[in-house]
Design a protein around this ligand. Structure first.
Ligand code: KG4
Ligand code: ZN
Length: 328
């Protein structure tokens, strides 16, 4: 079995995965959303302190598996430096104590493999990753053949929801609250400009849209009883339209056969339905992670770790280092 640790941002999680069957035997996550909510975003120092509290508590619950462990895996890149260190230090201590190999896992590959928890992989696929830290399209052929074909030049899709929610005083994370508020809003009320709509580039950008929303929020705040639901709906509509317009352009040269959406923001229902519509004329299959595995978790890290274990991709104690900014 493999014990896997995830601490790249604000979720402390540990999983146990059986190598032979790829079965997830244990998964526990302690989320810090509530603690960060008052600040409208993740405070790295606070996150690190909370990981130091939560991870040992979860580890206690998997002591019975220790004699059966063949490796220990941990997210080592990308993420917040001070929180990655918490998981990596714990993983190194376990590797030394049990004399087992270490596996450093890329968090973004983790999100891709969240599609295959307890399942065989289905490659090749075109994958849209939408999370708090990333917005990118990847062509995935295998564990080691992943090519990023488009990415955000500034904010990420999920981050833009977080920032809009913060402007409206709705706490963190913004995705679920904005989705809820948008449900009853008029998507066409605010005619925000679709980012990069005149650019031939296949890339993403959310900072301009964020600023346009800020102006609309300030305007609405002049009312006695500000109501943000139309702004939320119009924002969600344009943020999503930006993705679908660029994907449509991309599909003109690369026809999708299997398309996946992964990452915390892949839970967004409007995004899911719009992508589904986009794929219809191509007869392409849409695959998604289970809702509980869209956001950060250690089950996905364990699933990657099993593949790496089989290929003997280990990292020595001296060489396993955190890399906050590395990407694919
Ligand atoms: O993958 P994840 O848990 O963490 C990172 O790796 O960044 O993604 C968290 C992000 C947050 O920005 C959160 O607001 C966003 O995913 N998110 C959503 C929804 N649920 C979570 N964004 C839009 N709609 C949602 N329903
Ligand atoms: Zn993530």
């Amino acid at each position: 079995m493999i014990l896997s640790i995830e601490s790249s941002c604000d979720d402390s999680a540990i999983s146990i995965t059986e190598i032979k069957t790829k079965k997830l035997l244990f998964h526990k996550k302690i989320s810090q959303e509530l603690e960060h909510s008052v600040y409208g975003g993740v405070v790295p120092e606070l996150a690190a302190r909370l990981h130091a509290e939560a991870l040992p508590k979860i580890l206690e619950q998997v002591k019975e598996y220790f004699p059966l462990l063949k490796a220990v895996a941990v997210t080592s890149t990308p993420g917040l430096a001070v929180t990655l260190v918490e998981g990596v230090t714990m993983a190194k201590a376990i590797a030394v104590a049990l004399d087992i190999p270490l596996i450093g896992v890329n968090h973004l590959i983790g999100h891709i493999y969240s599609l295959f928890i307890e399942k065989e992989t289905q490659f090749p696929l075109t994958c849209l990753l939408v999370s708090g830290g990333h917005t990118q399209v990847m062509e995935v052929k295998s564990l080691t053949e992943i090519e990023t074909v488009a990415k955000s030049m500034d904010d990420s899709f999920g981050e833009s929801f977080d920032k809009v929610a913060k402007m409206m005083g709705l706490g963190y994370p913004g995705g679920p609250v904005i989705q809820e508020l948008a449900k009853d809003g008029d998507r066409l009320r605010h005619n925000f400009t679709v980012p990069l709509h005149q650019s031939p580039l296949i890339a993403f950008s959310y900072s301009g849209l964020k600023n346009a929303v800020r102006l609309a929020v300030l305007e609405e705040e002049k009312n006695e009883n500000p109501d943000f639901k139309d702004i939320a709906a119009s924002f969600e509509h344009i943020a999503t339209k930006h993705l679908t317009m660029k994907l449509k352009k991309y599909f003109k040269t690369v026809r999708p056969t299997t398309f996946a959406i992964v990452g915390g923001a892949s839970a967004n229902l409007y995004l899911r339905s719009q992508i589904q519509d986009l794929l219809k004329p191509h007869n392409a299959e849409l695959i998604l992670s289970e809702l509980k595995y869209c956001s950060d978790n250690a089950a996905m890290i364990g699933r990657v770790a099993v593949e790496m274990y089989e290929k003997k991709i280990f990292t020595s104690l001296e060489n396993l280092d955190i890399a906050p900014r590395s990407s694919l």
